[in-house]
Design a protein around this ligand. Structure first.
Ligand code: IPE
Ligand code: IPE
Ligand code: MG
Length: 242
């Protein structure tokens, strides 16, 4: 199916990039080799998103729980983030990609935060695609930090307290780190694991889920296209009768 004939393109596609370690192990290499190779899949999925007209592509790159990995692997992953951002930013900017990093940024090193800030500032007015990297992210952490912000506002102003008490679930969205970003239409996890691993617990309430066996370094344009085809066949009912 070509880009012209594809119908029902999701606005927001989210990818849980899993299986780098196993990909490397299958080749008798160190786990980090899989992480390096995975950058090529990120590039392929960004290009495919632009080609198919997906407006938001988000990637689960590092969870809050991933801090518990061996220090050497954490350091390599963080170094890889800085390098990938530096290497890719010219091309992303040229292609109209707005770059966002969401997560618990207080835990990131100063150098990484400075790189993220400059990439976000540079691309902030781009309109073709919003690329979101979830870094040091967990869904439970996101909900907790949102609840804390809300509680602070309630304590600070009686008027705001009244408004918050009357607001519906949509009003809570603006406290989450994803404020302003539409909920993912499709969440794909690679590597054969069928779980969310603490990802977008609130925002994914009505996302279509797709679990594929492909390991992340092998998830390229063809796999992305297949995921869009699978999505196109879904019937989203949101609890209603059709
Ligand atoms: C995904 O690959 C990358 C991150 C979670 C940072 P893994 O490193 O989890 O690879 P596997 O699942 O061990 O194969
Ligand atoms: C989930 O992968 C997190 C990311 C892809 C960033 P993990 O490999 O950390 O998840 P578990 O431990 O298998 O659930
Ligand atoms: Mg994994």
């Amino acid at each position: 199916m070509s880009t012209e004939t594809m119908t029902n393109i999701p606005v927001h596609v989210s990818l849980i990039m899993d299986g780098n370690g196993r990909w490397a192990k299958e080749r008798g290499k160190e786990r980090v080799y899989g992480h390096f190779e995975g950058v090529g899949s990120v590039r392929a999925c960004v290009e495919a998103s632009v080609e198919y007209g997906v407006k938001y592509l988000s990637l689960y790159a590092f969870s809050e729980e991933n801090w518990n990995r061996p220090q050497e692997e954490v350091d390599t992953l963080m170094g890889l983030m800085v390098k990938a951002m530096a290497d890719e930013m010219d091309s992303l900017d040229k292609n109209g990609v707005r770059f966002l990093v969401l997560g618990n940024r207080a835990r990131l090193a100063d150098e990484l935060n400075a790189t993220i800030d400059s990439c976000m500032e540079r691309t902030k007015d781009n309109k073709t695609l919003t690329l979101i990297i979830f870094l040091s992210y967990s869904g439970k952490w996101d909900i907790l930090q949102a609840a804390r912000k809300m509680a602070e506002e309630m304590a600070a102003s009686p008027e705001r307290r009244q408004e918050i008490e009357e607001m519906g679930v949509d009003g809570f969205d603006r406290y989450l780190v994803t404020a302003g970003v539409p909920d993912p239409d499709l969440i794909v996890r690679t590597s054969g694991e069928s779980r969310l691993s603490n990802y977008l617990l609130w925002q994914g309430a009505y996302s279509e889920l797709l679990f594929v066996d492909t390991l992340w370094p092998d998830f390229r344009k063809e796999e992305f296209r297949k995921a869009l085809e699978s999505y196109a066949k879904r019937d989203r009912r949101y609890g209603k009768v059709k």
